[in-house]
Every structure is written in C-alpha cells, then in structure tokens.
Design a protein around this ligand. Structure first.
Ligand SMILES: *Cc1c(COP(=O)(O)O)cnc(C)c1O
Length: 222
C-alpha cells in the first residue's frame, strides 16, 4: 500500500472541476505528510481533538475540512482555522458556527448535510426540514457563515443503481435550493458526495467534492 500512488490514481480519475478531500481520520500525521508531499492540500477529519492535534503539527497551508458530525460544544476549537464544515445538520449548529467565527472575524463555509440514504441516521436534514429552515430565513442574518452547498452520503450497498438514485436526488435538491434561495449567491456551488466505494458514481451524478479516505490511506484501525 503506497499512499502517493493511491492518491495519484484517485486524482487522475477526477474531472478538473471536482475537488478531492483526502479523508485522513484515524491515520497518523506521517500519512498526511506523504499525501502532502504528493501535492494534496485538502484533508478531511471527523474528530475535533484528532484534528486539532494534526493542525498544530502539520503545515499551515493545509485546508482542513470537518466532515463528520460536529457537536456544538466543539465548534469553538476549530473556528480559528477550519476551511469548511461539511455536515451542518441544524440551524442551531449554524448559529454556533456563526458566533464562534465572529470572534475571529472569519466567515466559515458550511454545507447543509442532507439525509439521502435508506439507512436510519440521527444526522442530516430531510429535504423538508431543510426547506423549512431556509424558508424561516434566519440563516440570512448569520454573517459569519457562508452556506456553500450541500453534502450527503449514499446507502452503504453494492446496488449501484440505488447509490446513483440517491446521489441524483441530492443533485436535484441542490438545484431546487439554488433556484429558490441562492440564485444570487455564487458561493452556493458545492455538492459534497462520494466516498471510496462510490465516488465515481457521485462524479457522474454531479459531485463537486469527493471525500475519499480508505482508497488513499488504507483501511482505518479503530
Ligand atoms: C470516513 C468518511 C469518509 C471517507 O470514507 P472512505 O470510505 O474511507 O472513503 C467520507 N465522508 C465521511 C462523512 C466520513 O465520515
């Protein structure tokens, strides 16, 4: 297993307009350094403490993306430096990001996590709860948050038609939100979808950002 070879393989398959978030969670700083040496600059993490440790240690031109469920009480630790939060799944979380980002005079790009899989999940907006949140309009006052698009995870299955259908539903929903709420906001442009086993399907369905971990870094040891 060679991280740099894996990384180059994944990058070679991506169209130019699709960005790669290399998901380095549970892998040591040395693994990130190897990918960094091969040119990768965007890394995804899902645990605040692990991320903060790596942030301290690693080059400052890395763009750190928080990809997992984010608890409101952790926002303050990452607010000074986080480049994007992929899984904003409540207005309450957006409001907390806004409050913490204001302390550093930052505007933090956030994606709205939408639950598209068949599997049960505690996290993510449904299409309807997301529409309601946007319709309520309070998000427009969050001057330190930039809603930059949507994020979703497909069902963990070998049924590629099902995966394609779910990604397609996220793209369709993105288009709806763009038209209804963000037509005058060019920053609303990202569709974060696709992981190691399904990123090529996601790209076909309109992904602008894929989050690939094990295909680059190998299996994670929990
Ligand atoms: C872990 C994780 C990934 C990467 O998963 P792989 O299957 O290792 O590519 C992508 N997105 C989220 C939200 C994750 O938690």
């Amino acid at each position: 297993m060679d991280i740099q070879t894996n990384l180059k393989e994944v990058v070679a398959e991506l169209p130019e307009n699709v960005r790669l978030v290399a998901v380095s969670k549970f892998h040591p700083a040395e693994a990130i350094e190897a990918a960094y040496a091969a040119g990768q600059r965007i890394f995804g993490e899902s645990k605040e403490q692990e991320l903060s440790g790596k942030y301290e240690k690693l080059p400052k031109d890395i763009e750190w993306h928080f990809i997992g469920h984010l608890q409101t009480n952790k926002v303050k630790y990452i607010a000074p430096y986080i480049a994007m939060i992929h899984a904003a799944d409540s207005y309450k979380l957006l409001a907390e990001v806004n409050k913490q980002a204001a302390k550093y005079n930052r505007v933090i790009p956030c994606l709205l996590e939408i639950h598209i899989a068949q599997e049960e999940s505690k996290y993510g907006f449904t299409f309807d709860t997301c529409r309601e949140m946007l319709r309520a309009g309070e998000w427009k006052d969050l001057n330190h948050v930039c809603i930059a698009g949507v994020m979703g995870m497909a069902t963990n299955t070998d049924d590629t038609a099902e995966i394609a259908k779910e990604f397609h539903s996220l793209k369709t929903f993105f288009d709806e939100l763009k038209k209804d709420y963000f037509s005058d906001r060019p920053e609303f442009r990202e569709i974060s979808m696709g992981m190691s086993h399904d990123y090529l399907i996601a790209v076909k369905e309109g992904s602008t950002m894929v989050r690939v971990g094990s295909k680059i870094f190998g299996e994670r040891i929990y």
